[in-house]
Design a protein around this ligand. Sequence first.
Ligand code: BG6
Length: 473
Amino acid sequence: MKQTFTFPADFLWGGSVSANQLEGAYLEDGKGLSIQDVMPNGIMTPPTAEPTDDNMKLIGIDFYHRYKDDIKLLAEMGFKVFRTSIAWSRIFPKGDELEPNEKGLQFYDDLFDECRKYGIEPLVTISHYETPLHLSREYDGWINRKMVGFYERYVRTIFTRYKDKVKYWLTFNEINSILEHPFISGGISTPKDQLTKQELYQAVHHEFVASALAVKIGHEINSNFKIGCMVIAMPIYPLTPDPDDVIRVMEADHQNTFFADVHVRGHYPGYMKRYLRENGITIHFEPGDEEILTHTVDFISFSYYQSSCETADPAKQIKGEGNLIGGVPNPHLKASDWGWQIDPQGLRYIMNAFYDRYQKPLFIVENGLGALDDLITYANGEKTVEDDYRIDYLKQHLIQVAEAIQDGVELMGYATWGCIDLVSATTAQLKKRYGFIYVDRHDDGSGTLERYRKKSFYWYQDVIQTNGGSLFE
Ligand code: BG6
């Protein structure tokens, strides 16, 4: 029998980006340096002392100057939501100033107005891997309690300024990645191998407090704000049914669920208290922290790219490629060109897991395929990319999303990652493309920066227009 399913009437279809991966203009209109400006190779090599010309993010895809045309293209696809981040260092160039940079604020005013012009809801990540460099070098990022105050000032500024333009906010991008990547995620300059667990988990605590404060302040400024946490969702399967593997999965899972648990439940879970105790870690709570943490999020947002496995067998503990946090590869799954294993059913699984655990609305704010694209020219001169592999990937995932909705999961929206080609976070390459829109820029710095609609552009337009119905035709 032919399946007929459409998504909820108010479903927010759209796409996601982050400021540092597409804006460019890294010193324009008073912007200060962010940690991304000294990461020419993403997470592949340690940061450089100064920005270097080989850093693709310094120009990005020049969205800072071309955003009007780009938003128009997203509107043409029928976007209902556009997730981007505010570059903290455009608003507070060093991060510890008392007064914001007006030109930076004006840029986002204009950007959000442009979205609203087409009826597109902005969904704004407050901190997306782009801590001001000064805060990282001078204060060692989130290890330092002072970061809570700097973040609070930044958040008050943007909430107040954009209170009538932005309704949906995310406090920290993929907050659980800090355990694996303290620099990109927490702005922590101390190299990971010199960082103690005590320092790392204290930094996590500071982010929790800052995030809960944002929720509190946001709801005071506009009670209609919807403020969410954002985590990497990565289902972990046992490599075998050996109970030792299953317990290993549970413990690995706890290192992830810890983050959403604190955001949704407002306190540290028991399993984490045990972990901290057994590892000799004492989190310093300042007076008032416990109360602040009770300001819990309105929804849970997450990125989903892949699942992974865990095993207790040391001989099989191989680390696969992955989105910042990876695990043991699954022998049943194929992988992308960059070795990220593809598992559409994992998305249905994790959505159910989250919803069973929290009974709160979910928002998929990243999902997609990073692939090599070939720009071709048709006889009529039109340029495009025939990216059937991307269409297939997204379709398979969306079919599982539909399954999860039928399982009873409450889902606010679906925003694909990198809806327009941009610079990769992990490898800093442009050739790792996710977009529906091709951008003519290459890793050697060449290219016209022209935009071209890929085949997936029209496919997604159809998905949105039929509210998901076309997935089942
Ligand atoms: C997530 C990040 O980790 O995955 C994005 O939030 C990132 O910033 C995305 O770009 C995809 O990763 P990559 O390395 O392929 O760009």
